[in-house]
Design a protein around this ligand. Structure first.
Ligand code: AMP
Length: 462
C-alpha cells in the first residue's frame, strides 16, 4: 500500500485525507488499513506518534460512510486522548452532516452529552468510566455498534478500567469488527483479546518507525540537591518547547512555580486540575504561550504537539514503560527531538529497569556514581568526541569536571540494533518487543511495591 488512492475509499474521505496532508501511509497505516477495510479484527502494537489514529480511523470512517446503519465506538484511557482522537476523526468526516458524533468523557457535565446522544450518534468516542455511566443510565445504546476500537489498552487496564471494559463488552453485539491497540501485551491483554476479538490479525510497528529514530537521548547523573539547578541549566541551553515530567501533582505545581519565579514561562498539568483547565493548559502550550509544560504522567501518552523539542525526565516514571510514552511526546511526525533524564542515586533501580526494557539483552545500565560527586556526569548519544559505549547508559561514568565525557552510551543513534533501543523504537518497538516477550507492565521492583499483572492495579492519580 503506497498511497491512499488505491484503497477504493469514498471520495469524501480521500478529500479529507488530502486536506489533512496525509498522502503517504505510515507503516502502521500500511499494515492496518487494508485489514481494517477487509473487515478483519486487528491487534496492534503501536502508539500515538506512529499515525495510529488514522490506521484505525480510516477503516472506521470508511465503514460509517459506506453503510447507512451501524455505529462505531472508540475507547481511550484519558479525556485528553479522547478529545484528540475525536478531532482527527471529525476532520476525516469533513463536516459530513449525516453522521452525528458524541464525545463521552468524564469530568464534563452530563446534559451536553445527553443532547449528543439524543441525536443518535454513529461515532462515539470516550473513556470507559463515562461510557459505562451512560450505559447504566440507559442514555447510550450500543446494540448497533459494529465497529470497536480499544486504544492504549494497556494503559486502560493499568488505570483500573478492566472491569469497566468487561461491562461495556456485554452491551456490544457479538457480530462486530474490533481493533485493539496496546504498547505492551501482558497476559491480561492477551486474555482480553482472546475473549473479545475474532481471529485477530497481529500488526506491529517496530524498528521501521522513522518518527522516533530522531530522538536523541541523554542522561545526567546528579543528586536530588543539584537537580533543580541542572534542570535550569539545561533549559537555558536548549531551544524550543519542553515537557518536564515529574512524579507528583504537588511536585508539578511546585516546580512550575519555581520556574516561573525565575522567569521561565511554565505551566503545570496533572490529574487534580479540572478538565477545562487541563485543556486550557494544553492549548496554551500548543499555541506556544508557555515554553515549558510541567506534567505528571497523565500527559505522557498520546499528547500530539508537534513542536515539543525536549522531554526532560525530572523524576523517573513509576513504570518503566511510561518512559517510552514520555519520550514519545517529542520527535512527532518525523520532527527531531531530545530526551533527557536527570538521575539521582536513589533512581538507580528504576533506571536499571528502564534500561533493561529499552535494551533487552544488552549491556547493563550505567550505575550512578558516588552520590558525593557534585558535578553531573553526562552520557549522550551521537555527541561529538564521545565514544559509543554499550546500551542505554552502558558507558556512562562519573566526570568530576563534567568535561571528560568519553565512553558515553550510544543511545540508539549509533547502535541500530540495540543501544538505547528506544532511539529507534521509542514509539513501539521496544515496548512491543518487551510485550511480545511476555513482560508485564509493572511498577519498578523497589521497596515494598508489589508486582502487578496489568489488570489489577488501581487507578493512578497523577
Ligand atoms: P498519531 O499517531 O495518530 O497521533 O499521529 C501522529 C502525527 O502524525 C499526527 O500529527 C498526525 O496528523 C500525523 N500523521 C498521521 N498519519 C499521517 C500520514 N499518513 N501522513 C502525514 N502525517 C500523518
Amino acid at each position: 500500500m503506497e498511497n491512499f488512492q488505491s484503497l477504493g475509499l469514498p471520495a469524501a474521505l480521500l478529500e479529507s485525507l488530502n486536506k489533512m496532508g496525509y498522502t503517504t501511509p505510515t507503516p502502521i497505516q500500511a499494515q492496518t488499513i487494508p485489514l481494517g477495510l477487509e473487515g478483519r479484527d486487528v491487534i496492534g502494537s503501536a502508539q500515538t506518534g506512529t499515525g495510529k489514529t488514522a490506521a484505525f480511523g480510516i477503516p472506521l470512517i470508511n465503514k460509517l460512510l459506506t453503510n447507512s446503519r451501524g455505529s462505531a465506538l472508540v475507547l481511550l484511557p484519558t479525556r485528553e486522548l479522547a478529545v484528540q482522537v475525536m478531532d482527527v476523526l471529525k476532520k476525516m468526516l469533513n463536516g459530513n452532516r449525516s453522521i452525528n458524533t458524541a464525545l463521552l468523557i468524564g469530568g464534563e457535565p452530563m446534559p451536553p452529552q445527553f443532547r449528543q446522544l439524543q441525536a443518535r450518534p454513529r461515532l462515539i468516542v470516550g473513556t470507559p468510566g463515562r461510557i459505562n455511566d451512560h450505559l447504566t443510565r440507559g442514555s447510550l445504546m450500543l446494540h448497533d455498534t459494529n465497529f470497536l476500537v480499544l486504544d492504549e489498552t494497556d494503559r486502560m487496564l493499568d488505570m483500573g478500567f478492566s472491569i469497566q471494559l468487561d461491562k461495556i463488552f456485554k452491551f456490544l453485539p457479538p457480530v462486530r469488527q474490533s481493533l485493539m491497540f496496546s504498547a505492551t501485551f501482558p497476559p491480561a491483554i492477551v486474555q482480553m483479546a482472546n475473549r473479545y476479538l475474532q481471529n485477530p490479525e497481529r500488526v506491529a510497528v517496530g524498528t521501521s518507525n522513522t518518527a522516533a529514530v530522531k530522538i536523541k537521548q541523554e542522561l545526567i547523573f546528579t543528586t536530588e540537591g543539584n537537580k533543580y539547578n541542572d534542570l535550569v541549566k539545561e533549559l537555558e541551553q536548549r531551544e524550543g518547547s519542553v515537557i518536564v515530567f515529574v512524579k507528583t501533582k504537588r511536585g508539578a505545581d511546585k516546580l512550575c512555580e519555581k520556574l516561573n519565579r525565575q522567569n521561565h514561562s511554565a505551566d503545570a498539568i496533572h490529574g487534580d486540575l479540572q478538565q477545562r483547565r487541563r485543556e486550557r493548559v494544553i492549548n496554551a502550550f500548543r499555541n506556544k504561550q508557555h515554553r515549558i509544560m510541567v506534567a505528571t504522567d497523565i500527559a505522557a501518552r498520546g499528547l500530539d504537539i508537534d513542536h515539543i523539542r525536549h522531554v526532560i525526565n525530572y523524576d523517573l516514571p513509576q513504570c518503566p514503560e511510561d518512559y517510552i510514552h514520555r519520550i514519545g511526546r517529542t520527535a512527532r511526525a518525523g520532527a527531531e527531538g531530545e530526551a533527557l533524564c536527570l538521575i539521582s542515586p536513589e533512581d538507580n533501580g528504576k533506571w536499571r529497569e528502564i534500561h533493561k526494557l529499552m535494551n533487552p539483552g544488552g549491556e547493563p545500565a550505567a550505575r550512578h556514581p558516588d552520590a558525593a560527586s557534585a558535578r553531573p556526569a553526562r552520557s549522550r548519544s551521537g555527541g561529538g568526541g564521545r565514544s559509543g559505549g554499550g546500551g542505554f547508559g552502558g558507558g556512562a561514568r562519573t566526570s568530576s569536571g563534567g568535561a571528560n565525557k568519553s565512553g558515553g552510551s550510544s543511545f540508539g543513534a549509533k547502535k541500530p540494533g540495540g543501544g538505547f533501543g528506544g532511539g529507534r523504537n521509542a514509539e513501539g518497538g521496544a515496548a512491543a518487543g518487551a510485550g511480545a516477550g511476555g513482560a508485564n507492565k509493572r511498577p519498578f521492583r523497589s521497596g515494598n511495591r508489589p508486582q502487578h499483572s496489568g489488570a489489577s492495579r488501581p487507578a493512578k492519580t497523577a
